[in-house]
Design a binder for this molecule. Sequence first.
Ligand code: NAD
Length: 480
Amino acid sequence: MQKILNYINGELVGPASGKFLDNYNPAEGKVYSQVPDSDAADVNSAVDAAQQAFEAWAAMPVEKRSAILQKIADLVDRDLDKLALAESVDQGKPVKLAKAVDIPRASSNMRFFATGAIHFASEAHVTGTEAVNYTLRTPIGVAGCISPWNLPLYLFTWKIAPALAAGCTVVAKPSELTPMTAFLFSQLCMEAGLPKGVLNIVHGLGPRAGQAIIEHPEIPAISFTGGTVTGRKIAATAAPMFKKLSLELGGKNPNIVFADCDFEQAVRTSVQSSFSNQGEICLCGSRIFVERSLYERFVHEFVNMTKQLVVGDPQEEKTRIGALVSEAHMNKVLSYIALAQQEGGKVLTGGKRVILQGRCANGYFVEPTVITGLNATCSTNQEEIFGPVVTIMPFDTEDEVIGYANGTPYGLSATLWTENLKCAHRVAAQLKSGIIWVNCWLFRDLRTPFGGMKQSGVGREGGWEALRFFTEAKNVCVKL
Ligand code: NAD
Protein backbone atom coordinates (compact mmCIF):
# COMPACT_ATOMS: atom_id res chain seq x y z
CA MET A 1 0.00 0.00 0.00
CA GLN A 2 1.31 3.45 -0.88
CA LYS A 3 2.92 5.38 1.98
CA ILE A 4 2.68 9.14 1.94
CA LEU A 5 5.78 10.80 3.43
CA ASN A 6 6.58 14.08 5.12
CA TYR A 7 8.62 16.63 3.16
CA ILE A 8 11.24 17.99 5.53
CA ASN A 9 14.50 19.77 4.63
CA GLY A 10 14.06 18.91 0.97
CA GLU A 11 13.61 15.19 1.55
CA LEU A 12 10.69 12.77 1.75
CA VAL A 13 10.86 11.13 5.16
CA GLY A 14 8.67 8.96 7.38
CA PRO A 15 7.46 10.22 10.77
CA ALA A 16 9.97 9.99 13.65
CA SER A 17 7.62 7.67 15.55
CA GLY A 18 7.29 5.33 12.56
CA LYS A 19 3.50 5.50 12.98
CA PHE A 20 1.07 5.88 10.07
CA LEU A 21 -2.68 6.44 9.80
CA ASP A 22 -5.09 4.87 7.32
CA ASN A 23 -6.11 7.08 4.43
CA TYR A 24 -9.52 6.30 2.91
CA ASN A 25 -10.91 6.53 -0.58
CA PRO A 26 -14.40 7.78 0.40
CA ALA A 27 -16.03 6.70 -2.87
CA GLU A 28 -15.09 3.10 -2.09
CA GLY A 29 -15.13 3.30 1.70
CA LYS A 30 -11.71 1.61 1.63
CA VAL A 31 -8.22 2.34 2.93
CA TYR A 32 -5.97 2.98 -0.05
CA SER A 33 -2.85 4.59 1.39
CA GLN A 34 -1.11 5.46 4.63
CA VAL A 35 -0.36 8.92 5.97
CA PRO A 36 2.29 9.83 8.59
CA ASP A 37 0.93 10.23 12.11
CA SER A 38 3.46 12.99 12.80
CA ASP A 39 4.01 14.61 16.16
CA ALA A 40 6.02 17.39 17.80
CA ALA A 41 9.33 15.67 16.92
CA ASP A 42 8.55 15.95 13.18
CA VAL A 43 7.30 19.52 13.55
CA ASN A 44 10.51 20.42 15.40
CA SER A 45 12.64 19.00 12.57
CA ALA A 46 10.53 20.90 10.04
CA VAL A 47 10.89 24.18 11.96
CA ASP A 48 14.67 23.67 12.30
CA ALA A 49 14.92 23.15 8.53
CA ALA A 50 12.72 26.16 7.83
CA GLN A 51 14.79 28.36 10.15
CA GLN A 52 18.01 27.30 8.48
CA ALA A 53 16.60 28.01 5.04
CA PHE A 54 15.04 31.34 5.98
CA GLU A 55 17.96 33.74 5.62
CA ALA A 56 18.91 32.67 2.10
CA TRP A 57 15.28 32.44 0.86
CA ALA A 58 14.38 35.86 2.27
CA ALA A 59 17.52 37.40 0.74
CA MET A 60 17.05 35.77 -2.67
CA PRO A 61 16.23 38.34 -5.39
CA VAL A 62 12.46 38.35 -5.74
CA GLU A 63 12.66 37.57 -9.47
CA LYS A 64 14.54 34.36 -8.72
CA ARG A 65 12.15 33.38 -5.94
CA SER A 66 9.26 34.10 -8.26
CA ALA A 67 10.75 32.00 -11.06
CA ILE A 68 10.98 28.93 -8.80
CA LEU A 69 7.37 29.34 -7.66
CA GLN A 70 6.23 29.77 -11.26
CA LYS A 71 8.13 26.64 -12.22
CA ILE A 72 6.13 24.78 -9.56
CA ALA A 73 2.93 26.19 -11.10
CA ASP A 74 4.08 24.92 -14.53
CA LEU A 75 4.57 21.46 -13.07
CA VAL A 76 1.11 21.53 -11.48
CA ASP A 77 -0.29 22.37 -14.93
CA ARG A 78 1.74 19.58 -16.51
CA ASP A 79 0.38 17.06 -13.97
CA LEU A 80 -3.21 18.30 -14.13
CA ASP A 81 -4.73 14.88 -14.89
CA LYS A 82 -2.71 13.04 -12.28
CA LEU A 83 -3.38 15.61 -9.55
CA ALA A 84 -7.10 15.83 -10.38
CA LEU A 85 -7.47 12.07 -10.14
CA ALA A 86 -5.55 12.01 -6.84
CA GLU A 87 -7.72 14.78 -5.42
CA SER A 88 -10.87 12.96 -6.47
CA VAL A 89 -9.74 9.65 -4.97
CA ASP A 90 -8.70 11.34 -1.70
CA GLN A 91 -11.70 13.60 -1.26
CA GLY A 92 -14.59 11.99 -3.14
CA LYS A 93 -15.32 14.88 -5.52
CA PRO A 94 -15.99 14.32 -9.21
CA VAL A 95 -12.68 14.15 -11.05
CA LYS A 96 -14.19 16.52 -13.60
CA LEU A 97 -14.58 19.20 -10.91
CA ALA A 98 -11.03 18.68 -9.63
CA LYS A 99 -9.78 19.08 -13.18
CA ALA A 100 -11.83 22.19 -13.92
CA VAL A 101 -11.52 23.97 -10.57
CA ASP A 102 -9.26 22.63 -7.83
CA ILE A 103 -6.04 21.96 -9.67
CA PRO A 104 -6.13 24.93 -12.10
CA ARG A 105 -6.80 27.17 -9.12
CA ALA A 106 -3.84 25.65 -7.23
CA SER A 107 -1.55 26.58 -10.10
CA SER A 108 -3.06 30.07 -10.39
CA ASN A 109 -2.54 30.59 -6.64
CA MET A 110 1.17 29.86 -7.12
CA ARG A 111 1.43 32.05 -10.20
CA PHE A 112 -0.60 34.92 -8.76
CA PHE A 113 1.51 35.34 -5.63
CA ALA A 114 4.79 34.57 -7.42
CA THR A 115 4.18 37.47 -9.81
CA GLY A 116 2.45 39.63 -7.18
CA ALA A 117 5.60 39.63 -5.05
CA ILE A 118 7.54 41.19 -7.92
CA HIS A 119 5.11 44.11 -8.07
CA PHE A 120 4.66 44.46 -4.32
CA ALA A 121 5.39 47.96 -3.01
CA SER A 122 5.34 49.44 0.43
CA GLU A 123 4.29 52.91 1.46
CA ALA A 124 6.31 56.13 1.88
CA HIS A 125 5.11 59.32 3.59
CA VAL A 126 6.77 62.66 3.15
CA THR A 127 6.30 64.69 6.34
CA GLY A 128 6.45 68.23 4.95
CA THR A 129 10.04 69.33 4.55
CA GLU A 130 10.95 67.73 7.87
CA ALA A 131 11.26 64.04 7.24
CA VAL A 132 10.48 61.09 5.04
CA ASN A 133 8.95 57.97 6.48
CA TYR A 134 8.94 54.70 4.71
CA THR A 135 7.52 51.31 5.62
CA LEU A 136 10.09 48.61 5.48
CA ARG A 137 8.44 45.22 5.06
CA THR A 138 10.47 42.10 5.74
CA PRO A 139 9.34 38.48 5.73
CA ILE A 140 8.13 37.52 9.17
CA GLY A 141 10.07 34.24 9.47
CA VAL A 142 8.76 30.68 9.55
CA ALA A 143 5.05 30.64 8.75
CA GLY A 144 2.67 27.90 9.91
CA CYS A 145 -0.03 27.02 7.35
CA ILE A 146 -2.85 24.58 8.11
CA SER A 147 -5.53 23.66 5.59
CA PRO A 148 -8.78 21.62 5.46
CA TRP A 149 -10.01 18.71 3.35
CA ASN A 150 -12.72 20.22 1.16
CA LEU A 151 -10.55 21.82 -1.55
CA PRO A 152 -7.27 20.18 -0.65
CA LEU A 153 -4.60 21.51 -3.03
CA TYR A 154 -6.50 24.70 -3.81
CA LEU A 155 -6.57 25.82 -0.17
CA PHE A 156 -3.13 24.42 0.65
CA THR A 157 -1.56 26.57 -2.09
CA TRP A 158 -3.78 29.56 -1.15
CA LYS A 159 -1.87 29.62 2.17
CA ILE A 160 1.66 28.62 1.25
CA ALA A 161 1.97 30.62 -2.00
CA PRO A 162 1.80 34.11 -0.43
CA ALA A 163 4.04 33.01 2.44
CA LEU A 164 6.73 31.70 0.11
CA ALA A 165 6.39 34.62 -2.28
CA ALA A 166 6.77 37.09 0.59
CA GLY A 167 10.08 35.44 1.50
CA CYS A 168 8.95 33.31 4.44
CA THR A 169 9.83 29.69 4.85
CA VAL A 170 6.93 27.44 5.72
CA VAL A 171 5.85 24.52 7.85
CA ALA A 172 2.52 23.34 6.47
CA LYS A 173 0.01 20.67 7.35
CA PRO A 174 -2.74 19.56 4.98
CA SER A 175 -5.78 17.76 6.34
CA GLU A 176 -5.11 14.18 7.42
CA LEU A 177 -8.25 13.23 5.45
CA THR A 178 -6.88 14.46 2.12
CA PRO A 179 -3.06 14.38 2.17
CA MET A 180 -2.32 12.95 -1.28
CA THR A 181 -2.12 16.05 -3.46
CA ALA A 182 0.10 17.88 -0.96
CA PHE A 183 2.39 14.84 -1.06
CA LEU A 184 2.49 14.92 -4.87
CA PHE A 185 3.05 18.67 -4.64
CA SER A 186 6.13 18.11 -2.45
CA GLN A 187 7.61 16.00 -5.24
CA LEU A 188 6.95 18.83 -7.71
CA CYS A 189 8.75 21.27 -5.38
CA MET A 190 11.79 18.99 -5.44
CA GLU A 191 11.65 18.76 -9.23
CA ALA A 192 11.33 22.55 -9.54
CA GLY A 193 14.49 23.07 -7.47
CA LEU A 194 12.88 24.70 -4.46
CA PRO A 195 15.81 25.03 -2.01
CA LYS A 196 15.68 22.54 0.83
CA GLY A 197 13.87 23.62 3.98
CA VAL A 198 11.93 26.43 2.27
CA LEU A 199 8.69 24.45 2.31
CA ASN A 200 8.20 21.64 4.80
CA ILE A 201 5.05 19.53 4.81
CA VAL A 202 4.21 17.61 7.95
CA HIS A 203 1.26 15.23 7.69
CA GLY A 204 -0.88 14.07 10.58
CA LEU A 205 -3.71 14.75 12.97
CA GLY A 206 -4.82 18.22 13.98
CA PRO A 207 -4.59 17.84 17.73
CA ARG A 208 -1.10 16.31 17.42
CA ALA A 209 0.85 17.60 14.40
CA GLY A 210 -1.34 20.69 13.93
CA GLN A 211 -1.26 21.68 17.57
CA ALA A 212 2.56 21.32 17.61
CA ILE A 213 2.75 23.85 14.75
CA ILE A 214 0.48 26.30 16.57
CA GLU A 215 2.43 25.96 19.84
CA HIS A 216 5.91 26.18 18.35
CA PRO A 217 7.62 29.30 19.71
CA GLU A 218 9.65 29.84 16.51
CA ILE A 219 6.54 30.17 14.29
CA PRO A 220 5.38 33.79 14.58
CA ALA A 221 2.52 33.67 12.05
CA ILE A 222 -0.28 31.16 11.56
CA SER A 223 -2.56 31.00 8.56
CA PHE A 224 -5.40 28.57 9.19
CA THR A 225 -8.46 27.48 7.22
CA GLY A 226 -10.91 25.08 8.81
CA GLY A 227 -13.82 24.85 11.21
CA THR A 228 -14.84 27.57 13.66
CA VAL A 229 -14.40 25.29 16.69
CA THR A 230 -10.82 24.50 15.65
CA GLY A 231 -10.18 28.17 14.90
CA ARG A 232 -11.28 29.12 18.40
CA LYS A 233 -8.88 26.57 19.90
CA ILE A 234 -6.03 27.80 17.71
CA ALA A 235 -6.69 31.41 18.69
CA ALA A 236 -6.69 30.43 22.39
CA THR A 237 -3.25 28.86 22.00
CA ALA A 238 -1.70 31.43 19.70
CA ALA A 239 -3.03 34.68 21.21
CA PRO A 240 -1.08 34.51 24.52
CA MET A 241 2.05 33.89 22.43
CA PHE A 242 1.23 37.10 20.44
CA LYS A 243 1.31 35.28 17.13
CA LYS A 244 -0.03 36.88 14.01
CA LEU A 245 -3.19 35.01 13.03
CA SER A 246 -5.30 34.66 9.92
CA LEU A 247 -8.34 32.43 10.46
CA GLU A 248 -10.69 31.40 7.64
CA LEU A 249 -13.54 29.51 9.26
CA GLY A 250 -17.02 28.10 8.71
CA GLY A 251 -20.09 29.62 7.11
CA LYS A 252 -23.88 29.38 6.84
CA ASN A 253 -24.26 31.46 3.76
CA PRO A 254 -27.51 33.07 2.64
CA ASN A 255 -28.63 33.05 -0.99
CA ILE A 256 -31.26 35.76 -1.48
CA VAL A 257 -33.54 35.64 -4.51
CA PHE A 258 -35.68 38.69 -5.30
CA ALA A 259 -38.74 38.32 -7.52
CA ASP A 260 -37.25 40.50 -10.26
CA CYS A 261 -34.21 38.28 -10.77
CA ASP A 262 -33.14 36.62 -13.98
CA PHE A 263 -35.04 33.46 -13.07
CA GLU A 264 -33.21 30.93 -15.24
CA GLN A 265 -29.81 32.12 -14.13
CA ALA A 266 -30.79 32.38 -10.46
CA VAL A 267 -32.14 28.82 -10.31
CA ARG A 268 -29.31 27.26 -12.30
CA THR A 269 -26.58 28.97 -10.29
CA SER A 270 -28.38 28.34 -6.99
CA VAL A 271 -28.39 24.61 -7.69
CA GLN A 272 -24.66 24.90 -8.33
CA SER A 273 -23.98 27.02 -5.25
CA SER A 274 -25.93 24.57 -3.10
CA PHE A 275 -24.46 21.28 -4.28
CA SER A 276 -21.06 21.83 -5.93
CA ASN A 277 -18.42 19.62 -4.37
CA GLN A 278 -21.28 17.84 -2.50
CA GLY A 279 -22.02 21.14 -0.73
CA GLU A 280 -18.58 20.90 0.86
CA ILE A 281 -17.42 24.40 -0.09
CA CYS A 282 -17.28 26.94 2.71
CA LEU A 283 -18.88 29.41 0.25
CA CYS A 284 -21.87 27.24 -0.69
CA GLY A 285 -25.21 28.98 -0.15
CA SER A 286 -26.99 26.64 2.26
CA ARG A 287 -29.94 28.91 3.16
CA ILE A 288 -32.01 30.10 0.22
CA PHE A 289 -34.50 32.94 0.79
CA VAL A 290 -36.96 33.63 -2.02
CA GLU A 291 -39.34 36.59 -2.29
CA ARG A 292 -42.83 35.24 -1.70
CA SER A 293 -44.31 36.04 -5.14
CA LEU A 294 -41.61 33.87 -6.77
CA TYR A 295 -41.38 31.25 -4.03
CA GLU A 296 -43.57 28.44 -5.45
CA ARG A 297 -42.14 28.72 -8.95
CA PHE A 298 -38.57 28.83 -7.66
CA VAL A 299 -39.00 25.82 -5.35
CA HIS A 300 -40.65 23.80 -8.14
CA GLU A 301 -37.86 24.47 -10.64
CA PHE A 302 -35.08 24.15 -8.05
CA VAL A 303 -36.34 20.72 -6.96
CA ASN A 304 -36.68 19.60 -10.59
CA MET A 305 -33.11 20.57 -11.36
CA THR A 306 -31.81 19.01 -8.15
CA LYS A 307 -33.43 15.70 -9.06
CA GLN A 308 -31.43 15.70 -12.29
CA LEU A 309 -28.05 15.83 -10.52
CA VAL A 310 -26.37 12.46 -10.90
CA VAL A 311 -24.94 11.03 -7.68
CA GLY A 312 -22.31 8.54 -8.67
CA ASP A 313 -18.79 7.29 -9.15
CA PRO A 314 -16.57 10.40 -9.03
CA GLN A 315 -14.59 9.08 -11.97
CA GLU A 316 -17.59 8.93 -14.30
CA GLU A 317 -18.14 11.83 -16.68
CA LYS A 318 -21.86 12.21 -15.92
CA THR A 319 -21.43 12.38 -12.12
CA ARG A 320 -22.26 15.71 -10.53
CA ILE A 321 -22.32 14.67 -6.85
CA GLY A 322 -19.49 12.49 -5.59
CA ALA A 323 -18.84 10.96 -2.18
CA LEU A 324 -18.70 12.85 1.11
CA VAL A 325 -15.22 12.96 2.54
CA SER A 326 -15.61 10.37 5.30
CA GLU A 327 -18.07 8.03 6.96
CA ALA A 328 -18.13 10.27 10.04
CA HIS A 329 -18.96 13.30 7.92
CA MET A 330 -21.68 11.42 6.04
CA ASN A 331 -23.25 10.41 9.35
CA LYS A 332 -23.09 14.01 10.54
CA VAL A 333 -24.88 15.21 7.39
CA LEU A 334 -27.55 12.49 7.70
CA SER A 335 -28.07 13.38 11.36
CA TYR A 336 -28.75 17.00 10.34
CA ILE A 337 -31.34 15.83 7.81
CA ALA A 338 -33.04 13.87 10.62
CA LEU A 339 -32.84 16.92 12.88
CA ALA A 340 -34.40 19.11 10.19
CA GLN A 341 -37.37 16.75 10.06
CA GLN A 342 -37.69 16.79 13.85
CA GLU A 343 -37.71 20.57 13.64
CA GLY A 344 -40.69 20.41 11.29
CA GLY A 345 -38.87 20.53 7.96
CA LYS A 346 -40.28 18.87 4.87
CA VAL A 347 -37.79 17.02 2.63
CA LEU A 348 -38.88 17.79 -0.94
CA THR A 349 -36.17 15.69 -2.55
CA GLY A 350 -33.20 13.66 -1.31
CA GLY A 351 -32.63 13.00 2.36
CA LYS A 352 -31.03 9.57 2.17
CA ARG A 353 -27.73 7.78 1.76
CA VAL A 354 -27.17 6.46 -1.76
CA ILE A 355 -25.92 2.90 -2.17
CA LEU A 356 -24.27 2.48 -5.56
CA GLN A 357 -23.44 -0.71 -7.42
CA GLY A 358 -19.94 -2.06 -8.12
CA ARG A 359 -16.70 -0.33 -7.13
CA CYS A 360 -18.49 2.37 -5.10
CA ALA A 361 -20.91 0.06 -3.24
CA ASN A 362 -19.46 1.04 0.15
CA GLY A 363 -18.92 4.73 -0.62
CA TYR A 364 -20.22 7.66 1.41
CA PHE A 365 -22.85 9.11 -0.91
CA VAL A 366 -25.81 11.27 0.10
CA GLU A 367 -28.63 12.53 -2.13
CA PRO A 368 -28.78 16.28 -2.75
CA THR A 369 -31.45 17.34 -0.30
CA VAL A 370 -33.93 20.23 -0.36
CA ILE A 371 -35.86 21.12 2.79
CA THR A 372 -38.66 23.65 3.30
CA GLY A 373 -40.96 24.55 6.17
CA LEU A 374 -38.30 25.59 8.68
CA ASN A 375 -37.88 28.92 10.42
CA ALA A 376 -34.68 30.96 10.29
CA THR A 377 -33.66 30.32 13.89
CA CYS A 378 -33.86 26.52 14.07
CA SER A 379 -30.61 24.56 14.41
CA THR A 380 -30.75 23.37 10.79
CA ASN A 381 -30.68 27.02 9.70
CA GLN A 382 -28.08 28.11 12.25
CA GLU A 383 -25.40 25.42 12.21
CA GLU A 384 -22.99 24.60 9.42
CA ILE A 385 -23.87 21.22 7.88
CA PHE A 386 -21.23 21.31 5.11
CA GLY A 387 -22.96 18.79 2.88
CA PRO A 388 -25.52 18.54 0.04
CA VAL A 389 -28.36 19.97 2.12
CA VAL A 390 -30.16 23.23 1.47
CA THR A 391 -33.18 24.91 3.03
CA ILE A 392 -35.58 27.28 1.23
CA MET A 393 -37.74 29.90 2.95
CA PRO A 394 -40.01 32.67 1.63
CA PHE A 395 -39.68 36.34 2.63
CA ASP A 396 -41.81 39.46 2.15
CA THR A 397 -39.57 42.48 2.69
CA GLU A 398 -35.98 43.56 2.23
CA ASP A 399 -35.53 44.26 5.96
CA GLU A 400 -36.93 40.86 6.85
CA VAL A 401 -34.53 38.99 4.57
CA ILE A 402 -31.53 41.04 5.70
CA GLY A 403 -32.46 40.02 9.27
CA TYR A 404 -32.58 36.34 8.26
CA ALA A 405 -29.34 36.57 6.31
CA ASN A 406 -27.44 38.22 9.16
CA GLY A 407 -29.12 36.13 11.84
CA THR A 408 -26.45 33.46 12.36
CA PRO A 409 -23.09 33.58 14.14
CA TYR A 410 -21.39 33.30 10.73
CA GLY A 411 -20.59 35.88 8.08
CA LEU A 412 -18.54 34.33 5.30
CA SER A 413 -20.33 34.94 2.02
CA ALA A 414 -23.74 35.83 0.59
CA THR A 415 -25.35 35.77 -2.83
CA LEU A 416 -28.16 37.95 -4.05
CA TRP A 417 -30.24 37.87 -7.20
CA THR A 418 -31.99 40.97 -8.48
CA GLU A 419 -32.05 43.08 -11.61
CA ASN A 420 -32.57 46.20 -9.48
CA LEU A 421 -29.21 47.92 -9.13
CA LYS A 422 -30.25 50.10 -6.21
CA CYS A 423 -31.61 47.14 -4.28
CA ALA A 424 -28.40 45.17 -4.94
CA HIS A 425 -26.17 47.92 -3.55
CA ARG A 426 -28.46 48.66 -0.63
CA VAL A 427 -28.72 45.03 0.48
CA ALA A 428 -25.03 44.25 -0.15
CA ALA A 429 -24.05 47.13 2.12
CA GLN A 430 -26.17 45.75 4.94
CA LEU A 431 -25.13 42.11 4.75
CA LYS A 432 -22.56 41.10 7.34
CA SER A 433 -20.55 38.86 5.02
CA GLY A 434 -16.96 39.07 3.86
CA ILE A 435 -17.88 38.52 0.22
CA ILE A 436 -21.17 39.25 -1.53
CA TRP A 437 -21.94 37.98 -5.01
CA VAL A 438 -24.57 39.81 -7.01
CA ASN A 439 -26.06 37.70 -9.82
CA CYS A 440 -23.18 35.23 -9.73
CA TRP A 441 -21.43 32.82 -7.39
CA LEU A 442 -17.84 31.81 -6.70
CA PHE A 443 -16.52 34.33 -9.16
CA ARG A 444 -13.12 35.27 -7.74
CA ASP A 445 -10.53 37.91 -8.56
CA LEU A 446 -7.45 36.94 -6.57
CA ARG A 447 -6.51 40.59 -6.09
CA THR A 448 -9.46 41.19 -3.78
CA PRO A 449 -9.30 40.69 -0.02
CA PHE A 450 -10.96 37.46 1.07
CA GLY A 451 -12.25 36.43 4.49
CA GLY A 452 -15.18 36.18 6.82
CA MET A 453 -16.90 38.36 9.39
CA LYS A 454 -18.10 37.34 12.88
CA GLN A 455 -17.36 33.66 13.58
CA SER A 456 -16.33 33.06 9.98
CA GLY A 457 -12.87 34.38 10.65
CA VAL A 458 -10.41 37.15 11.25
CA GLY A 459 -7.88 38.59 8.88
CA ARG A 460 -8.06 38.85 5.12
CA GLU A 461 -6.35 36.73 2.54
CA GLY A 462 -5.93 37.41 -1.16
CA GLY A 463 -4.14 40.19 -2.98
CA TRP A 464 -1.73 42.45 -1.15
CA GLU A 465 -3.38 41.60 2.16
CA ALA A 466 -1.94 38.08 2.01
CA LEU A 467 1.54 39.25 1.07
CA ARG A 468 1.44 41.86 3.85
CA PHE A 469 0.29 39.26 6.37
CA PHE A 470 3.53 37.36 5.98
CA THR A 471 5.71 40.45 6.51
CA GLU A 472 6.65 42.54 9.47
CA ALA A 473 6.25 46.29 8.95
CA LYS A 474 8.82 48.69 10.32
CA ASN A 475 8.56 52.46 10.04
CA VAL A 476 11.84 54.15 9.19
CA CYS A 477 11.70 57.90 9.82
CA VAL A 478 14.55 59.86 8.22
CA LYS A 479 14.95 63.50 9.27
CA LEU A 480 15.67 65.68 6.30
P1 NAD B 1 -11.05 21.26 10.79
O1 NAD B 1 -11.07 22.50 11.59
O2 NAD B 1 -11.49 19.99 11.41
O3 NAD B 1 -9.57 20.97 10.27
C1 NAD B 1 -8.84 21.89 9.49
C2 NAD B 1 -7.37 21.63 9.66
O4 NAD B 1 -7.00 21.91 11.01
C3 NAD B 1 -6.95 20.17 9.42
O5 NAD B 1 -5.69 20.16 8.78
C4 NAD B 1 -6.86 19.62 10.82
O6 NAD B 1 -5.99 18.52 10.93
C5 NAD B 1 -6.31 20.82 11.57
N1 NAD B 1 -6.56 20.84 13.02
C6 NAD B 1 -7.58 20.26 13.72
N2 NAD B 1 -7.42 20.50 15.04
C7 NAD B 1 -6.30 21.25 15.18
C8 NAD B 1 -5.63 21.83 16.28
N3 NAD B 1 -6.05 21.66 17.53
N4 NAD B 1 -4.52 22.55 16.05
C9 NAD B 1 -4.08 22.74 14.80
N5 NAD B 1 -4.65 22.21 13.71
C10 NAD B 1 -5.76 21.48 13.89
O7 NAD B 1 -11.84 21.58 9.47
P2 NAD B 1 -12.19 20.60 8.30
O8 NAD B 1 -13.26 19.68 8.78
O9 NAD B 1 -10.92 20.03 7.73
O10 NAD B 1 -12.76 21.60 7.20
C11 NAD B 1 -14.08 21.99 7.13
C12 NAD B 1 -14.27 23.37 7.72
O11 NAD B 1 -13.43 24.29 7.08
C13 NAD B 1 -15.68 23.89 7.51
O12 NAD B 1 -16.11 24.50 8.70
C14 NAD B 1 -15.52 24.92 6.42
O13 NAD B 1 -16.48 25.95 6.41
C15 NAD B 1 -14.17 25.45 6.73
N6 NAD B 1 -13.59 26.11 5.57
C16 NAD B 1 -13.49 27.47 5.58
C17 NAD B 1 -12.97 28.13 4.47
C18 NAD B 1 -12.83 29.62 4.43
O14 NAD B 1 -12.17 30.11 3.53
N7 NAD B 1 -13.41 30.35 5.34
C19 NAD B 1 -12.56 27.38 3.36
C20 NAD B 1 -12.69 26.01 3.40
C21 NAD B 1 -13.21 25.38 4.52
